[in-house]
Write a protein that binds this ligand. Structure first.
Ligand code: ATP
Ligand code: MG
Length: 368
């Protein structure tokens, strides 16, 4: 399948990469508009780095075509392979990869020096970029004397100093502690946005992906599971894998018994001899009579003490932890334990009987 994105700046078509007999990337296609920030998200070994390295040209590929603007980077079928140094790409890795024996300014100037740019131009550009990444006061320090966060800023400065046509990040924040990581997410995004450079960002950290990306591609086993904006990926996961990988979800097996309007239907849950019908949204491609998985985020399960027309299940609170802004609850229903985020006003306590209700807009039937 080829998914040509309208006005795509980077276009990857049917990319295949083997290591020995193992397919690390299995026929993936995506396009990115100019200036966008796209994240490849997925667990260890799903092929994120391999995809990135294929774009960078740091290895050959076994099938497909990669193009940026009007330049074909790689196309084995056409016998095309542009060497990495001619691709004009900036890269930032997990290991800082800056040269320890050079100062910050020398590190950042290096890509311009090998282009034989004039010294005065180099000086101007280096100070401009160091200002952008917030390293003006560290200009003359040896790179090794910087903190982890500062070293990553220096790597970023070096990656963008020559105005490359593409910026690739491979887990650039994973060596930093949590607080710094959270701060740097916002910083990296700000800088990318300010420079207006097209970026591909690789991470296995879903929070990072949700915060930073214009669009996210969720991968598993060398394939694309879903592509969409952060809100779409979170609130409309198309299958059990994505529901589970991003955030927390209650996932229950059952069947779609009715399709009403396109995209809406009724899901039937069967538990311990009881059957419950729930109006729901349907993932693309699900039809009536099919096995599916019900996916409901804990914040979309409503727990109340009194039964009424809107409640569909009766359960028992097995624990309830007050966390200030919300209460984290578990509600046992047959042999399934619902994860429920309740409002502190409900004052639910362990051992109590509760009734659960569901909003059809946030109750999804997804592919298994
Ligand atoms: N140079 C290599 N030689 C052999 N196999 C490789 C090589 N590089 C990657 N692989 C294999 O290809 C698959 C995809 O690896 P890749 O590095 O792309 O995963 P990843 O998504 O980046 O994972 P991580 O989050 O751990 O970095 C894995 O099964 C990996 O073992
Ligand atoms: Mg990797």
């Amino acid at each position: 399948m080829t998914t040509e994105t309208i006005d795509a700046y980077l276009q990857v078509d049917n990319l295949v990469k083997y290591f020995g007999n193992d397919k690390a990337v299995d026929d993936i296609s995506f396009g990115i508009p100019e200036g966008a920030f796209l994240t490849l998200l997925g667990p260890s070994g799903c092929g994120k780095t391999t995809t990135l390295m294929s774009v960078a040209g740091l290895h050959s590929i076994d099938g497909g075509r990669i193009k940026v603007g009007d330049t074909v980077f790689t196309s084995p079928k056409e016998g095309l392979f542009l060497p990495p140094e001619k691709r004009d790409i900036g890269m930032v890795f997990q290991s800082y990869a800056i040269w320890p024996h050079m100062t910050v300014a020398e590190n950042v100037a290096y890509p311009l020096e090998i282009r034989k740019m004039q010294q005065s131009e180099i000086d101007d550009r280096v100070s401009e970029v160091l200002k952008l990444v917030g390293l003006t006061d560290e200009t003359d320090k040896l790179a090794t004397n910087l903190s982890g966060g500062q070293q990553q800023r220096a790597s970023l400065a070096r990656a963008i100093v020559s105005n490359p046509r593409l910026l690739l990040f491979d887990e650039p924040l994973s060596n930093l502690d949590l607080k710094l990581r959270e701060q740097m997410r916002v910083e990296l995004k700000r800088i990318q946005n300010e420079v207006g450079i097209t970026a591909i960002y690789v991470t296995h950290d879903q929070a990072e992906a949700l915060v930073m990306s214009d669009e996210i591609i969720v991968m598993s086993k060398g394939k694309i599971e879903q592509r969409g904006g952060p809100l779409e990926i979170y609130s409309r996961p198309v299958n059990e894998y994505v529901s589970n990988f991003i955030g927390v979800a209650n996932l229950l097996k059952g069947k779609v018994i009715e399709v009403n309007e396109p995209g809406q239907g009724v899901f039937e849950l069967a538990q311990g001899g009881k059957k419950v019908k729930m109006p729901c949204l349907l993932s693309p491609g699900i039809s009536a009579g099919e096995d599916a998985v019900l996916s409901v985020r804990p914040e979309n399960v409503h727990a109340v003490r009194e039964k009424d027309d809107s409640t569909s299940l009766e359960g028992e609170v097995t624990f309830a932890i007050f966390l200030g802004s919300h209460v984290d609850c578990r509600v046992q229903w047959g042999d399934f334990e619902w994860k429920v985020i309740a409002h502190p006003r409900t004052k639910l306590k362990a051992g109590e009987k509760v009734y659960l209700s569901f909003d059809p807009e946030h109750t999804l039937a997804v592919q298994p």
